[in-house]
Structure formats: C-alpha cells, structure tokens
Design a protein. Structure first.
Length: 430
C-alpha cells in the first residue's frame, strides 16, 4: 500500500512544513517536530547544546518544570525534547482530544522556557556524572580515539572528549544557554510530521498560531566540512589501556567521500549491511559463530546525516586475552570484503532482510512518523518510503561490488580499541 499518496502537505506562512499521514489508529495523534538548532550551531562549544537538551522540557513563565511534567502526565501524554546535530527534536504522543493542549504546552516550553538556576544546577550535576561515566566507558573512549585519528577539531565527526566536555560545562553560564536557545530558534525550515486522527486544517491552525511566536529567520550554521578538518592517521592501530576493563571495545573505521545523496549510496549501504548489518552477516558469522572470538560483530555506515561524507564503521568486543587475534580477524574480514565484494547468495539474503525491516518499521504509527521525518530531513520526498523496497530489489551484485571497490579504500582503515590491554595489545596484568 502506498504511503506517499495518503500524505497531505502544507507550508505555513511562517515557513514550517507540515506532513500529515492519517492512520487506522483512532483517538491517538503522534507528532515529530524538528526545529532548526542543534549542536552544529553552537560554534566552538558543544556544552551549550548539551545543557539545553538536558534542561528540556523546562518550565514556562507561568508554570514550574514539575508543574509542566505533572500536567502532561495528567493528560496521559508522552513528550520528549532533545538536541540533534542540526535540529531541536520534539515528540508528542497524545489522545486526540488533548493533543492540542499538549502541543501548545510543549511549544510554549520551547518558545519561552523558564530555565531557572535550580534546573541549570541539576542539569550540570547530571551531565557531569554521565560524562564521568563516559571516561570509564570503553566504547566511548574508543569512539573518541577513532574520531581524533580521522578528523580535526571543528569537523562534525570530531568527538569532544568527556574530560574536555566536563571542563566546558563549568564555563557555560545560564545566560549563555538562554541566549543560544533564543538565537537558534526559528519557524523557517522547521518540519512537522503528524500521524493520527486529526484534520490538516485543525493542525495548520494550531501550528500557525504557535509558530507565529518563533523568529522568522533561519539561523546560520556554524560547522562546515573542509578538507583541512580531516587528517591522515599517525597509526593504523590505536589502543587505549583501561585497567580492570576485561572486554576490549574495538572499532574499525574507513573514511569515505560518499554522501547520502550519491547515486552509489544504496549499493554501498547494501554491501555494508551484508558485511555486518545483522546476526546473519559475514562479520557475525565469522568472528562469533566460527571463531568464537566475540559475542557479536557488526558494521554500518556512520556520519552521513545532513549531507556530510561519512565513514564505514565496524565494531566488536573481545575478551582482553584474545584481543590481538580478534582485531586481526576483524581486519581480515573487512579487507576481504573490500577486495572481493559480496556473493550473489549474500545479496539475495540481504534484500530479503532489508525488505522485511522496512515493512516492520512502517507497520506502526510511531514507526511511520519517525521514518517520514527522517526521509524529509535527508532531503528525500515522501515517495522514497514507497520506492525504497524496489530500489533495493533492483540492485545487482555488480553494482554493489563496484560501489564497494570505488568508495572503500582499505588502506585508509584504522582500528581504535579501549580496554584492559597494553598499547601493544597484550593483556594488562591483573
């Protein structure tokens, strides 16, 4: 059944795009909203976005934070707010008769938050604790090391180390959070996806009244991708020794020049899924089922959001006493995949799995809302939701293998690992 033909689209006079998809679900409305904002509009500090996200939902000038939350709970609704790389994301799930009140309350929280000192202090404490935990987390440390091996500060894929983020947080004042929030808000370029039992005319009236309170100028972006923000790694194998962490989180990465808009995106993504997208993929079957080196091994494309060139990412967790064998095995499988590509049997199995995942993802109202928003933010039309299965089914093995060969250079691969091993990969003494 076509999804796109049932979608109603309108643009408010403030420049907000509305997509409404009626569903069979009665009396429930689900809204996903993306307002311009995000980490990449913060300039040289991510702490602003971290604090803003942590303080949401705040109170309003007329209600305290606890009163807002209690009112939402009394209405039987669910809401969430978080900062992404380019947007402030809002989500609402509510019954039809209270949806308007919940949406109004949430947008008032976003448009005119109270952001008092108590909320600020509580958020600082909570974030500092989370970052302190990240300093002891093997995956977080390996991810930081991977990003620093391939990118320089200022690149959107460069990750701020937890200890530096903690220091930044202590330097950000409440007034700076308020100023940043006001500066990045805008109705222009906002996207609203609603699935459920509501008329588009009702929805338009709600949003036009609320969006009229937002600035009518699109905020500027701060981060751009330049070649001088990428780097050639100093070594192909990075190890972060962490005592008493007997499992070694191991990440392999290959930087790419391809973006999500490239014609070879789907062939390459399909090839990567065959490499490590599921428990039936090559990495899992080899490293876990045949060699018993890990509980699981996976691969995916990362960093392709918002039109950026991304990277191939593979991950496995090895016991520290088999780390060296495990890392070699991971490298061998990825190298073999880049050199020889995939088999016809692997492609057929991959197509079946991807078609099934796509169908399951669109089988719920929440899944459809999320998929539609992601499609729009990735620069695609709603037709993409209907066309995707046919696009995948039409791929040939030759197309997939050519995309792998052309866009994945194994000689650029690096591994970053963190756990109870020394820099040379041997286990640390107990």
């Amino acid at each position: 059944m076509s999804i796109a033909k049932h979608i109603t689209y309108e643009r408010t006079k403030q420049g907000t795009d509305i997509y409404l998809l009626p569903t069979q679900l009665r009396d429930i409305v689900i809204a996903h909203i993306a307002l311009p904002g995000g980490i990449h509009r913060t300039g040289n500090t991510e702490a602003l976005a971290m604090l803003l996200s942590g303080m949401m939902p705040s109170g309003t000038r007329g209600m305290s934070r606890n009163a807002v939350r209690e009112r939402i709970e009394d209405l039987g609704a669910q809401v969430s707010v978080h900062e992404g790389s380019e947007h402030l994301f809002l989500k609402v799930i509510a019954r039809k008769k209270v949806f308007g009140e919940v949406l109004d309350l949430l947008l008032q929280v976003v448009i005119a938050p109270r952001f008092n000192t108590r909320e600020y202090t509580e958020t600082l404490t909570r974030l500092d604790t989370a970052l302190l935990n990240d300093q002891e987390d093997t995956h977080a440390q390996a991810a930081v090391a991977r990003s620093h091996a391939l990118y320089r500060r200022g690149h959107p894929h460069w990750i701020l180390p937890p200890e530096e983020a903690r220091a930044q947080l202590k330097q950000v004042s409440l007034d700076e959070v308020r100023a940043f929030h006001h500066k990045t808000l805008s109705a222009v370029g906002a996207v609203v996806v609603v699935c459920g039992d509501i008329a588009v005319s009702t929805l338009r009236t709600m949003l036009e009244d609320l969006c009229a309170q937002l600035p009518a100028e699109r905020p500027s972006r701060v981060v751009d991708v330049h070649i001088d923000k990428t780097r050639a790694p100093d070594t192909a194998d990075i190890v972060i020794p962490m005592a008493d962490k007997m499992n070694v989180d191991t990440l392999l990465a290959v930087p790419l020049s391809i973006t999500r808009d490239h014609d070879d995106y789907h062939p390459l993504a399909t090839g990567v899924y065959t490499l490590g997208g599921s428990p039936t993929s090559r990495l899992f079957m080899s490293l876990r089922n045949r060699q018993s080196l890990t509980y699981g091994a996976y691969a995916s494309l990362g960093g392709l959001e918002n039109g950026y060139p991304g990277y191939l990412s593979a991950r496995a967790i090895f016991p520290h006493n088999v780390f060296l064998r495990g890392r070699d095995a991971l490298r061998i499988e990825v190298a073999k995949w880049t050199e020889k590509g995939i088999t016809a049997r692997e492609l057929d199995a991959c197509k079946e799995e991807l078609a099934g995942k796509h169908k399951v993802g669109l089988s719920t109202t929440s899944g459809r809302a999320s998929a539609l928003l992601g499609t729009i933010l990735n620069g695609k039309t709603p037709d993409h939701l209907d066309e995707y299965p046919n696009t995948i089914q039409a791929l040939t093995r030759a197309e997939v293998n050519r995309a792998i060969k052309e866009h994945v250079s194994y000689d650029l691969a690096i591994t970053a690992a963190a756990g109870s091993v020394s820099p040379d990969g041997t286990p640390l003494a107990a």
